[in-house]
Design a protein around this ligand. Structure first.
Ligand code: GLN
Length: 481
């Protein structure tokens, strides 16, 4: 199982070709994905064609850049022209978009080879991929457990060697949490750093597309290709994109790291806490200085998220009316058709979010719930502003626990609680990464989270890389065959 940078180095040296690598991934998918369940759609023909074009560029000694010929997977939330984009929902099961999302287009222009579209919680609502209406995805480290979510498909695919890298989305933790559960690297960029154009919307003010990789270098390469201004997304930031790989090896000497009290809570898994504390000591040993910080709004961020995200979802999902997209169940009249379509097309969690969201936005409750939640969101942002006046990065666990068993969190509140350490960065828009930092005694991966200042992905990645270089957790691979 090779990283993207190892693969592209091998292409350059002529040891292998993008076509050979693509064939190897496609046959591994054919052999192993029945077990893992990462993919919803495999795009073999498209992959072969893209790989052949990359072969030719390497043959002429003129690859497009650091991703040329990299076999990757996309969470099935990104529109792909001519390739069905389901959001793991019955309502979009046969939806074929007429255009590519900006990130899809940028990856293609960078020469990446799309192997297929990967599984997720329906409309990205969930933390286990169990809410997919189309397929079960299993954690490659323990098939009885979930891969995390909502981007469980791409995280499991990268961990299992069914893609060399991937893209997901993080609205409340959906890149960092499955990265932690599957033992890979996952980065949520700054809000607006990466275009949302062509991403099927869940909660527009919280949705962040971002990369998965086997290591920090691959993650930096993928971010470099997808980041940057896009006139098609009104919230896209018009700021230059640095070379994220340039400063990666600079280490952490002199960096001030904040350790937030609120991210070490009573109920958390003791093995997670111990591994993260050791990881923080490793960073200290590499020359960083540690400081205790407080992010007092953290517990309120979770409750507030579950007002704001459903509110935005209820409005975004109003477009699935049986007229414009996907599924239509015939009815007596328009209203009957719409309600039958939505009843059959949406799963239980999506319906729950729509009802919650509609309720908190309704005339009598808007100020009490939605308005209040927006104010708390400002407090969450101010917590980070205050912390980043003193420290360069925040270090914390990604999740309070490791991958749980399928069916274990049947109560929605238990599932929601899983996002307590990831939601605040989404609410405030600052970047965060999860890197592997150990395993439990039973062999399940643990994630270390590094959170940085807005638009400072470079420092986040640099510290993650320094940690990675000093440890070997990221080199472990699950046994599948
Ligand atoms: N688990 C959270 C939710 O269900 C976050 C999901 C996400 O980040 N897309 O809303």
């Amino acid at each position: 199982m090779r990283t993207i940078h190892e693969l592209t180095d091998a292409y350059r040296r002529g040891e292998t070709t993008p076509s050979e690598a693509t064939d190897a991934y496609l046959s591994r998918i054919a052999k192993l994905d029945d077990k893992v369940g990462a993919y919803l759609t495999v795009t073999a023909d498209r992959a072969h064609a893209a790989a052949r074009a990359a072969d030719e560029r390497y043959r002429r000694g003129r690859p497009l850049g650091p991703l040329d010929g990299a076999p990757i997977t996309l969470k099935d939330v990104f529109c792909t022209r001519g390739v069905r984009t389901t959001c793991a929902s019955k309502i979009l099961e046969s939806f074929v978009p007429p255009y590519d999302a900006t990130v899809v287009d940028r990856l293609a222009k960078a020469g990446a080879v799309m192997l297929g579209k990967s599984n997720m919680d329906e409309f990205a609502m969930g933390s286990s991929t169990e809410h997919s209406a189309l397929r079960v995805t299993r954690n490659p480290w323990d098939l009885t457990r979930v891969p995390g979510g909502s981007s469980g498909g791409p995280a499991a695919a990268v961990a299992a060697g069914l893609a060399a890298g991937g893209l997901g989305t993080d609205t409340g933790g959906s890149i960092r949490q499955p990265a932690a559960f599957c033992g890979v690297v996952g980065l949520k960029p700054t809000y607006g750093r990466v275009s949302r154009y062509g991403l099927v919307a869940f909660a527009s003010s919280l949705d962040h597309p971002g990369p998965f990789g086997l290591d920090v270098t691959d993650t930096a390469r993928l971010l470099g290709a997808i980041a940057g201004h896009d006139p098609m997304d009104a919230t896209s930031i018009d700021a230059p994109v640095p070379d994220y790989t340039a400063g990666l090896e600079q280490g952490v000497r002199g960096l001030r790291l904040g350790v937030p009290d609120e991210y070490f809570t009573k109920g958390m898994d003791a093995e997670v806490e111990a591994a993260v504390r050791v990881a923080i000591d490793v960073l200290k040993g590499l020359g960083a200085t540690l400081e205790r910080v407080s992010l007092p709004a953290t517990p309120h961020a979770l409750a507030t998220y579950y007002v704001i995200a459903p509110a935005e979802a209820s409005s975004n999902l109003a477009r699935y009316d049986g007229v414009k997209y996907g599924l239509r169940v015939p009815g007596r009249d328009l209203i009957d058709m719409e309600s039958k379509t939505r009843a059959a097309g949406f799963g239980a969690e999506v319906k729950r979010r729509i009802m919650l969201g509609t309720y908190v936005l309704s005339a009598g409750y808007y100020d009490a719930y939605y308005g209040q939640a927006q104010k708390v969101r400002t407090l969450v942002r101010r917590d980070f502003d205050a912390a980043f006046a003193r420290v360069d990065l925040i270090v914390a666990p990604t999740t309070p626990n490791v991958a749980f068993r399928h069916g274990e969190k049947a109560d929605p509140i238990a599932m929601y609680l899983n996002d307590v350490f990831t939601i605040p960065a989404d609410m405030s828009g600052v970047p965060g990464v999860s890197v592997p930092c150990g395993f439990t005694a039973s062999g399940l991966p643990i994630g270390l989270q590094l959170i940085g200042r807005a638009l400072d992905e470079a420092t986040v990645l640099r510290a993650a890389r320094a940690y990675e270089r000093a440890t070997d957790w990221h080199t472990r691979r699950p046994e599948l065959a």
